[in-house]
Write a protein that binds this ligand. Structure first.
Ligand code: SF4
Length: 184
C-alpha cells in the first residue's frame, strides 16, 4: 500500500513496516524505495576481524536466524533458566518444520522477536514456513550475549559464520537428530 507521501507500508504479522528513507544499513545499490519489508532484506555481513578464531559471539546470527534445538536440549535450557520444560516451551519456543529427504520433521526453535521486542509469532506451538523467512532477533539474545549460552541449541553450537555453507549444519541435519531421537 502506498500513502499520500509516497511511503509504502507492508503489514506482516503483528506490525506494520514502512520504507525508511534514512536507513543507513542498506547494501550498496539498494534504494530505500526498493525495500517493502526490512525484515526480508539481508545485509552484507561485516568482515570478521579474526576468521581463524571462528565464533567470537558477534551475535549476527542471533539477530536474524536462531538455531534449532536437538533432542534433550530443551530440558537443559529450561533448567538453566529455572523453568519447567513445559513453561519454557510455552514462553520462548516455536515448533518449526524441516524436511529430511521427503519427510517433515518437527523441531523446537527459539521464537524470533519483532522490532518492538515482542514475539513475532505465537509461542508454544507450530509455525508455518514464514518462520524460516522472517528475519528477527532470537528471544534469548539480550543485545550482547545469549541468555542460555551454556545450553544453547545444537545448531547454534555447530554453526560458524566463517565456514563454507556446506560445512555448516543444514536444516536436514537437525531433523535427522530428531528422527534418531537421541542426544549426540
Ligand atoms: S539461542 Fe543463543 S546462540 Fe542461539 S541464536 Fe539465540 S541467542 Fe544466539
Amino acid at each position: 500500500m502506498t500513502n499520500a507521501k509516497g511511503t509504502k507500508t507492508f503489514r506482516i504479522l503483528t506490525e506494520t513496516t514502512a520504507t525508511l528513507p534514512d536507513r543507513a544499513d542498506l547494501p550498496a545499490g539498494v534504494a530505500a524505495s526498493d525495500v517493502e519489508n526490512p525484515y526480508w532484506l539481508w545485509d552484507e555481513l561485516p568482515p570478521h576481524p579474526a576468521p581463524e578464531k571462528g565464533c567470537i559471539q558477534r551475535g549476527l546470527c542471533c539477530r536474524s536466524s536462531p538455531g534449532r534445538f536437538a533432542p534433550g536440549e530443551v530440558e537443559q535450557a529450561a533448567a538453566l533458566l529455572g523453568k519447567t520444560p513445559d513453561a519454557f516451551v510455552k514462553r520462548y519456543l516455536v515448533i518449526d518444520e524441516v524436511q529430511v529427504d521427503e519427510q517433515t520433521v518437527h523441531v523446537f526453535a527459539p521464537v524470533k522477536l519483532d522490532r518492538k521486542g515482542r514475539p513475532a509469532l505465537p509461542t508454544g506451538g507450530p509455525v508455518d514456513k514464514l518462520y524460516q523467512v522472517l528475519r528477527g532477533t532470537c528471544v534469548f539474545f539480550d543485545g550482547t550475549t545469549c541468555k542460555i549460552y551454556d545450553a544453547r541449541p545444537w545448531e547454534c553450537r555447530a554453526y560458524i559464520c566463517t565456514k563454507a555453507p556446506e560445512e555448516n549444519p543444514s536444516n536436514a541435519d537437525v531433523g535427522r537428530k530428531w528422527l534418531a531421537g537421541a542426544d549426540e
